[in-house]
Design a binder for this molecule. Structure first.
Ligand code: PAF
Length: 308
């Protein structure tokens, strides 16, 4: 275990358990922020939310091999543990769990896999079929190790957040899952460790995802109830950016992630596009306001402004 002034780094499961059991034994609440490191302001916002609601904040930095396919960027995933430790400390983290791969998976490849197949099969899961099994497995393991009261995840990985919520419900894991708003750069690009892969030219193209979502949100707000039309609106925005290749644009139910036949109330818009090396993802909530019938409209649904 190593310590700077306000933060301690722990490398073993035994030591982390010992430290957090001691905290819980004195009635202190534990907030947990799991990460893969290369931290940015999005992670910092999760840490601050955890610090505001809990007595002790623990964060993990573990680039989890289980959630990378063989052709993905496991070996090159960006890492900077010194910078990460300083950022975590500045945002209220007291314990930083940085295990090795052999500490987490001492028997080599795991035989036990946590899967949430119905939520995981679409959208990201269609392109990355093994990804969410790896996420659900490591997150359930981290919940078991930390015994945290609350755990904090960014809404940027919206499908991941819903999968973790469902896993916690289905397995009765005693942790409260908190989703936190997406943190964006000034030009609207959602913060992500993988943005560091973008060349300056690709980075200049990246706001197209946010522009596509904005167009989709505006279409829903304007009364477009046909999901296909909203998807087309988003796809057209991406098509106008030569450096971006759309993977998917989707209109989904916010909890089940299923595609509705018509939009009625709240939906989530999801988008993924390849821009150079990284596949960027983003999402936004959209609401179709249900018109309130005027009291004297006699149940016709006509508004008072209706000229008929
Ligand atoms: O979102 C991430 O950084 C990872 O998927 C997580 C939740 C830390 C699991 O490895």
């Amino acid at each position: 275990m190593s310590a700077t002034s306000g933060i301690e780094t722990v490398g073993t499961i035994t030591e982390l358990r010992r430290r957090l059991e001691a905290e819980r034994a004195t009635g202190r609440t534990v907030g947990f922020v799991p990460t893969m490191g290369y931290l940015h302001d999005g992670h910092a916002s999760l840490m601050r939310a955890a610090a505001a609601e809990n007595d002790v904040v623990v964060s993990s930095i573990f680039v989890n091999p289980l959630q990378f396919a063989a052709d993905e960027d496991l070996d090159d995933y960006p890492r900077d543990i010194e910078r990460d430790t300083a950022l975590a400390e500045a945002n209220g983290v007291r314990l930083l769990f940085v295990p090795s791969v052999t500490e987490m998976y001492p028997r080599g490849p795991v035989d036990t896999v946590v899967a949430v197949p119905e939520l995981a099969r679409r959208w990201e899961g269609a392109t990355r079929p093994t990804h969410f099994d790896g996420v659900a497995t490591v997150v359930s393991k981290l919940f078991n190790i930390s015994g945290a009261c609350r755990a904090y995840f960014g809404e940027k990985d919206y499908q991941q957040l819903q999968i973790i919520r469902r896993m916690v419900d289905d397995l009765s894991i005693p942790v409260e899952v908190k989703g936190c708003p997406i943190v964006r750069e000034a030009d609207g690009v959602a913060m992500s460790s993988r943005n560091s892969y973008l060349t300056p030219e690709q980075r200049a193209a990246a706001p197209v995802l946010r522009r596509a979502l904005d167009a989709g949100v505006a279409a829903v707000a304007d009364g477009q109830a046909d999901p296909t039309a909203v998807i087309r609106t988003m796809a057209d925005v991406v098509a106008a950016e030569p450096l971006a290749a759309l993977d998917y644009a989707a209109v989904v139910d916010p909890a089940t992630l299923a595609a509705p036949a018509t939009i009625d109330g709240e939906v989530r818009l999801l988008i993924a596009a390849q821009i150079g090396r990284p596949r960027l993802i983003d999402n936004a909530g959209a609401t179709m306001e249900t018109p309130v019938p005027a009291p004297d409209a006699g149940g016709t649904g006509l508004s008072v402004e209706d000229p008929r």
